[in-house]
Design a protein around this ligand. Structure first.
Ligand SMILES: Nc1ncnc2c1ncn2[C@@H]1O[C@H](COP(=O)(O)OP(=O)(O)O)[C@@H](O)[C@H]1O
Ligand SMILES: [Mg+2]
Length: 375
């Protein structure tokens, strides 16, 4: 295993698309890092550059301190797991898992094999070692009973395990995953997330994982890398990214339901004024607001930080989604819709209500394009 480091890495495709724009990132030995962002933001391109499947246009890739830009993929010893699993349909599970190792082992001619007993013995020992590793990986993933089956005889989740198993047997310097759970149904996806976390705990391997699903990213990552338009927006632990988003994009991307954004302005004396009234901001929460007096800002507040049935804001409940253990209530107020997530309560659609954002947990954003968080 080895640390992986990207230094101002960029990718410009032949058609002129700048898919990745000066990404810098240090992944520690044994860390589970998840690249997350909307479709087209450059996640796969970044991963493929690490794997050596895509040429790096500018910048450096270091693995264990060595520059890898010009090292071909087959010599990087990275194991990649793809969304579509990329299993060989005509090979059984054992052969699928052994494929990479069998291909790598020393090749000799048939004549040599026939004439040289020592060569035959070495070959047999090599095959034995491969079998042992496949058996061990299959045990780790709980697929021992499937080794003789062909991919078409497996469920989606089982195929997924075989694809992971194929990566596992190679003992790579890093595991690279590109949306490996996207083809599974929601329940199985949840189970596989747990298994991948457990696998990581057991192997303590360097893992770089790509997904567009922020919930999956949060659940798996030691650290998240949030990307947009080829540019890293924020790097941090799930709680850092959730609790201290660097900008409006990250704030809106992470968390379900999404953060509410309310346009307004700052009045002197730390009052936030919007279409639904005026809110006194807690004086200790922000230190640099004096420069914003009289200017437009956006207030961000997560749905679980809005109380309903109390407070100075007024609105009308337009929809209620009841999940049994909680409910999402959409309130129309001051010309906008605000979502609140609450423990279940008797709130009726169409009723008038009061509500109150818990301003200690609110965020303020510069409403200009960059949407930086105000401190
Ligand atoms: N082979 C390619 N040639 C040209 N443009 C590409 C190629 N692959 C991806 N792109 C473009 O690069 C950008 C990033 O793509 P990708 O890395 O696949 O994003 P993601 O994995 O985050 O969805 C997109 O605009 C995509 O259209
Ligand atoms: Mg992709």
């Amino acid at each position: 295993m080895a640390p992986v480091s990207l230094q101002s890495v960029s990718k410009v495709y032949a058609n002129g698309v700048k898919a990745v724009d000066s990404v810098s990132l240090s992944i520690a030995d044994g860390e589970f890092v998840v690249l997350v962002g909307p479709s087209g933001c450059g996640k796969s391109t970044t991963l493929r550059m690490i794997a050596g499947l895509e040429e790096i246009s500018a910048g450096s890739l270091l693995v264990g301190g060595a520059r890898m830009n010009d090292v071909p993929a087959r010599n990087r010893n990275m194991a990649m797991v793809f969304q579509n699993y990329a299993l060989y349909p005509h090979l059984d599970v054992r052969r699928n898992m052994a494929f990479g190792l069998e291909r790598r082992r020393t090749h000799g001619s048939v004549i040599k094999a026939v004439l040289s007993p020592s060569y035959r013995a070495a070959r047999a020992a090599e095959q034995q070692a491969i079998d042992t590793r496949v058996t061990a990986a299959a045990a780790t993933l709980g697929i021992q009973s499937l080794l003789q089956r062909k991919p078409r005889e497996l469920s989606g989740g089982q195929r997924q395990r075989v694809a992971v198993g194929r990566a596992l047997v190679r003992d790579p310097v890093a595991f690279l995953f590109d949306e490996p759970l996207s083809n599974l149904d929601a329940k199985l996806r949840g189970e596989m997330r747990t298994e991948l976390r457990l696998l990581h705990q057991r192997l303590r391997a360097t893992m770089v994982y790509v997904t567009h699903d922020q919930e999956e990213a949060m659940s798996l990552a030691d650290r998240l890398v949030v990307m947009k338009d080829g540019v890293v927006q924020q790097v941090g632990t799930p709680s850092e990214v959730y609790g201290h988003p660097a900008n409006r994009f990250v704030a809106g991307f992470v968390g379900t339901p999404s953060m509410n954004f309310i346009q307004g302005s700052i009045e002197a004396a730390g009052v936030f004024r919007w279409g639904g009234g005026a809110l006194q901001l807690p004086p200790t929460r922000w230190t640099g607001l004096s420069g914003w007096h009289g200017k437009p800002v956006e207030l961000g507040i997560r749905p679980d930080q809005i109380r309903v049935g109390t407070g100075s804001c007024k609105g009308r409940v337009i929809t209620v989604e009841n999940y049994g253990d909680r409910m999402d209530v959409v309130i129309e107020s001051g010309g906008r819709r605000i979502t609140s997530r609450l423990p279940t309560a008797s709130i009726r659609e169409g009723s008038e209500t009061t509500f109150e954002p818990m301003l200690d947990a609110a965020h303020l954003f510069d409403p200009s394009a960059a949407g930086a968080t105000l401190a």
